[in-house]
Design a protein around this ligand. Structure first.
Ligand code: ADP
Ligand code: MG
Length: 253
């Protein structure tokens, strides 16, 4: 272990999860999770349904409060009662399986509302930033549309542009393509691939093994609330050492 490793917070470390436990009643869902995400890293989390992937992601921005353990985001412990949680959360963008757009707001307004209300940006600045991010996801011709007028893939890309407009240090994606018709999955994955190439730090729960294999710097396989195996995509997806990982991959590949 080098001196750098032993420092409490390395400047390049965006997320550090230590001994995380989360229960819902008697259901012990996360059973001691430890992992980190470094600046610019793309980490894909895979695993069977019910293994705790969404709960883990929701613990990263403390949408779920863990019973035990620490969630440190850019050096700040979100589980510390003194932590200014709203400020800490502003650094984290989240994209859900169900896009969760505001149905009564235009595409542009979906991408400006939190900028003006939460970040107190001027309307003109928020507008400019929103337009730039909508262009980034290929939707600059849809800014006046309403969510219901868009395909699922377009709605999900708006959700990504909305999250990006808050300048997050970290993007969380929870199965962003699982609710989409198969022909719409590719466009969303293309946007995510581009984000990864741009250097965005990303934690992605996905069933898209080809995407994980190509884009992830690291793959984490979860089962039963623990990390069973993690490493490079070549190792974890291509040549898993654990039987539980092998069984899972046999079912999904
Ligand atoms: P995954 O995303 O891997 O499918 P989840 O994290 O959604 O798994 O769920 C893990 C377990 O936690 C499941 O047994 C689920 O029923 C339970 N769970 C998740 N969220 C809640 C909640 N809000 N209340 C009660 N139980 C929950
Ligand atoms: Mg889930």
């Amino acid at each position: 272990m080098t001196v750098q490793d032993s420092l409490p917070t390395s400047p390049s470390r965006v997320v550090e999860i230590k001994n995380l436990h989360k229960s819902f009643g008697s259901n012990h869902v996360l059973r001691g999770i430890d992992f980190t995400v470094e600046q610019g890293e793309v980490v894909c989390v895979i695993g069977p349904s019910g293994s705790g992937k969404s709960t883990l992601l929701r613990c990263v921005n403390l949408l779920e409060m863990p019973q035990e353990g620490q969630v440190i985001v850019r050096g700040e412990d979100l589980t510390d009662p003194d932590c200014h949680l709203d400020a800490a959360r502003q650094q984290i963008g989240m994209v859900f399986q169900q896009f969760n757009l505001f149905p009564h707001l235009s595409v542009l307004a979906n991408c400006t509302v939190a900028q003006t209300t939460v970040l107190k940006r001027k309307a003109s600045e928020a507008d400019q930033i929103a337009r730039a991010n909508l262009a980034r996801v290929g939707l600059n011709d849809k800014i006046t549309a309403y969510p219901a007028q868009l395909s699922g893939g377009q709605q999900q890309r708006v959700a990504i542009a909305r999250a990006l407009s808050m300048d997050p240090a970290l993007m969380l994606f929870d199965e962003p393509t699982s609710a989409l018709d198969p022909e719409l999955v590719g466009d969303v994955l293309t946007v995510m691939r581009k984000l990864a190439l741009d250097g965005m730090t990303m934690l992605v729960v996905t069933h898209e093994m080809a995407f994980a294999r190509e884009v992830a710097d690291r793959v984490v396989f979860m089962d039963g609330g623990v990390i069973v195996e993690q490493g490079s995509p070549e190792d974890v997806i291509g040549n898993p050492t654990q039987e539980r990982t092998q069984n899972f991959l046999r079912r999904v590949l």
